[in-house]
Design a protein around this ligand. Structure first.
Ligand code: ATP
Length: 352
């Protein structure tokens, strides 16, 4: 049966030899519903791994509480928490076969041989490694090794599954494949999961919900769509996807001004109010030929096949624009362009 995880005001400090005392995690509260996959996403050093390690019991919080299945496990040993952990470096035993790597935890628990053979067979099947029982880790590809690590984590039917950057040692193509496999497996067995990554695309692809962390705190939590379309801060807007953040002033109920140009946008704010507008690159279309209304000059064109990226000088700022399909061949560097903003996609930041 799957269970929920709750973190209540969890903090962790370290005495760091270079930085002095650091708050690796500060007052983090987070709920993971039964069977959900929640990703902790953020830049290096923001406290993701420390948070995960506290859920696992490898680190003890200085303050706050951790509950699994409603039970306070804050001071419970890792092996008493019913957790499966998948590490970045797989952490397989190099001298043991695939079978023995997966069976290891069950042997430690003293399960009988028949039960072990059955359980290992079932999970190797589940991760697509039936027939690999006798292989040694060095005979496996990186993706296969990671699948052994996954099988080993789920074989004793943990209540929750924790992943710490499990794909970062794999090449780009394998990463895509493995993240789909992890997600499919997680859904199939319906296991509550916390996943750590610094890769926003991976987080968006794999998660039910994402908690964005910055300097030890969760700054926003929600679905990938929430975070993409309704980021609360510029940090979140820039971390999830590419973006333009325009400083704008309200001219009237239907007009705002930015970079010296006016745009028809009913902001719902008072004339004179200042705001930061998040405008995603795909919310902008370009037409060759400058004219009245918002206009700019193309600085750079990057053809990427299914889409083309443009950098457009717009007043004193540089706009990022993405257009797909047969974008006009006339849109070359140094072309004057008219800029069509899809204002339905504008989002006003709550905080600057
Ligand atoms: P990365 O993606 O680089 O692994 P992260 O977001 O997982 O980063 P953490 O590893 O949780 O970040 O580290 C958060 C902060 O705590 C960092 O400033 C780090 O230097 C510090 N830190 C983590 N573990 C320790 C430790 N054992 N001793 C001292 N400082 C630590």
């Amino acid at each position: 049966m799957s269970v929920g995880i709750r973190l209540e005001h969890v903090s962790k400090r370290f005495d760091h030899s270079v930085k002095g005392e650091v708050y690796a995690v500060r007052e983090v509260s987070l709920s993971v519903e039964d069977g959900q996959l929640v990703t902790l996403l953020g830049p290096s050093g923001c406290g993701k791994s420390t948070t995960l390690r506290m859920i696992a019991g490898f680190e003890e919080p200085d303050a706050g509480a951790i509950l699994i299945d409603g039970r306070d496990v804050t001071h419970v040993l890792p092996n008493r928490r019913g957790i499966g952990f998948v590490f970045q470096n797989y952490a397989l035993f190099p001298h043991l076969s695939v079978f023995e790597n997966v069976a290891y935890g069950l042997r430690v628990q003293g399960r009988d041989e028949r039960a072990i053979v059955q359980a290992v067979g079932t999970v190797l099947d589940l991760v697509g490694l039936a027939g690999y029982e006798r292989q040694q880790p060095h005979q496996l590809s990186g993706g296969e090794q990671q699948r052994v690590a996954l099988a080993r984590a789920v074989v004793f039917e943990p209540k929750v599954l924790l992943f710490d950057e499990p794909l970062s040692n794999l090449d780009a193509k394998l990463r895509l494949e493995m993240r789909e496999q992890i997600r499919a497996l997680q859904k199939r067995i319906g296991i509550t999961t916390v996943y750590v990554t610094h890769d926003q695309e991976e987080a968006m692809a794999i998660s039910d919900r994402i908690a964005v962390m910055d300097r030890g705190s969760v700054v926003q939590e929600g679905s990938a769509r929430d975070l993409y379309y309704r980021p609360r801060t510029e940090f979140v807007a820039r971390f999830i996807g590419r973006t333009n953040v325009l400083k704008a002033r309200v001219l009237s109920s239907s007009q705002v001004e930015t970079e010296g140009m006016s745009i028809a946008f009913a902001s719902g704010r008072q004339p004179g109010d200042m705001m930061s507008l998040v405008v995603r690159p795909e919310m902008i279309a370009l037409r060759a030929g400058g004219g009245p209304g918002p206009n700019g000059r193309i600085v750079q064109v990057t053809f990427l096949g299914e889409k083309t990226d443009y950098q457009v000088a717009f007043g004193g700022t540089m706009l990022q624009v993405v257009m797909s399909g047969l974008a006009s061949a006339a849109l070359q560097p140094d072309t004057a362009v008219t800029i069509d903003f899809n204002v339905d996609g504008f989002h006003i930041l709550e905080q600057d």
